[in-house]
Design a binder for this molecule. Sequence first.
Ligand code: PGA
Length: 255
Amino acid sequence: MTELGRPLIVGNWKMNGLSAELDEIDAIASGLAGDGFGGITCVICPPATLIDRARARAGGRLAIGAQDCAIPARGAHTGDCSAEMLRDAGATWVIVGHSERRADHGETDGLVRAKAEAAHRASLTPIVCVGETLAEREGGRADAVVAAQVAQSIVGACDGARTVVAYEPVWAIGTGLVPRGDQIRAMHALIRRELTAKLGTAGQAIPLLYGGSAKPDNAADILALDGVDGLLIGGASLRSAEFLRIARIAAGLDG
Ligand code: PGA
């Protein structure tokens, strides 16, 4: 993979999006085709049903990702999509270990790591999500929880240019709550230390995203924090105008 443009701005549409929402992909793609966006990387992860059509409409500056992948390449796994299938449909990225999948589908760190390995096998770049719950933070266990997730969810021999980690505190997702800047900085520093301890110099190259109620109004402040290489955006990525406002901020085109 070539060197990633940073910041890296990733939209996670979750289980939202019918054919009509492909108009949002058109609008994002034409916005990003304007001057000044060449240095950043933008990705939208629509539901799997829209990946191939989104790819066809995304243009040169917008990459398309998936939100999950199965571990095997093929076989008797009713309802699953393999990383190879997602790649074939036009995805080049895949989110793995999102907290909604960890919580709602019982995904463990070991499973998340196997999904990241499947992504590498299929030449997809995995975006591995980690983050503590509110009870874990209030109980003083946030650092230990996130450190363990990083240690166990990240592939041991991974190439730093082909993996991304997203810190998404569960209590900030979809709630409008955002950690203080010093809390985000401290957790990103901890994740960087864990990655470097595990992977050496490859661990220093892995981009670290922040996710959880990132919006046009707070994007500049979060992106300015030491150790934040980009954003993973849920709700605010569903509307092209909001996603493009954040992309403009990331590209230094807006205050
Ligand atoms: P949010 O979601 O931006 O709507 O909080 C972020 C995410 O879950 O990836």
